[in-house]
Design a protein around this ligand. Sequence first.
Ligand code: PMP
Length: 408
Amino acid sequence: MTAPDFEALRADIPALHQEVHGRPLAYLDNAASSHLPQAVLDAVVRYHSREHSNVHRGVHTLSQVATERYEGARRRVQRFLGASRPEEIVFTRGTTEGINLVAQAWGRANLGAGDEIVLSELEHHSNIVPWQLIAQERGAVIRVIPLNDAGELDLAAFRGLLGPRTRVVAVAHVSNALGTINPVAEIVAAAKGVGALTVIDGAQAVPHLRVDVAALGCDFYAFSAHKLYAPPGVGVLYGRYAVLEGMPPWQGGGDMIEVVSFEGSTWAKPPSRFEAGTPSIAAAVGLGAAVEYLEGVGLEAIAAREDALLAYATEAVSAVPGVRIIGTAASKASVLSFVMEGVHPHDIGTILDSEGVAVRAGHHCAQPVMRRFKVPATARASLAFYNNEADIDALVRGLHTVAGIFGL
Ligand code: PMP
């Protein structure tokens, strides 16, 4: 297969073609949220203008069309993740909700006093706080896999944490703050060895790597549509069917029941059991279209493109006076976090914005990572397949401006 013409694909993404402060936009904040291809926008507009109705409830034609669009998106996501059946795909509000769902529904039914939940030092807050909430409620204990100076998990320490009390191992596939790609299949295999439930935060992985949940062997895998070139408001929780089937619901309402009476109610099968209320139908339709678009471009080609851009950016940004890269793992995806000597990252972000360059500055909802590297915050450039060398050149020019202003 010939490689796609990535420069030509930029024409598919309307948001890229605008000016910010009189400069062409260089959008390098894709780890926070990415922009939508026209095909995704078209699918959402078509849905809203012609096909909208509530799902699963109606005998009339539009309700059936809407249901087919929504369930069609579920089937597409199932194939995209390598799940064995559509019922393993639960639509959520996003990664955060997916992890809370597992922590609340599985955790409340299965965790007891002294049980251990293993997390890692590089987790996003949304893979820390939901576990703290359920741990407090159930008397469970959180153990933490430490990071080395490159921002990689210490796997020997991880193995040392595993034992008969380990009930959950929950780790990110790719770190949003450092870009580290964790060896998830190896982590899952070790966790299974002690009978632990495995939960993977895939928010930063699905846009950049081909993910196959069957090959990873995990019980749960969560991600958000808005980082995968689709609208916000919807996310996915893959759950192994046998595990989902054994879980109680976590929210009650319409669509998640079998029979309701005042004496008691019974639950629908997964995934409906975990989708109480009217879902974000249009966003799910958009997600289905985004997956179709990405498969059309080719996930392997996207990964190769982003690797090349990351190597280009790492070299160029490292050469700017005063810059220190935070996160130098051997295996990284699409994220370049850095600090500049004596400059607050927010000042870096503001100066770059004045030159049309969008990066994120802050703790990236990963305060333990900041603590580990003894920095209050970092500036972070994060790449998508639609970025190009010109975006990175604009970033580097902006960083030279920063270095000049601060006398570095
Ligand atoms: N995990 C990781 C690794 C993330 O990068 C993010 C988003 N920054 C989340 C979880 C949370 O995603 P959302 O806000 O879409 O639920």
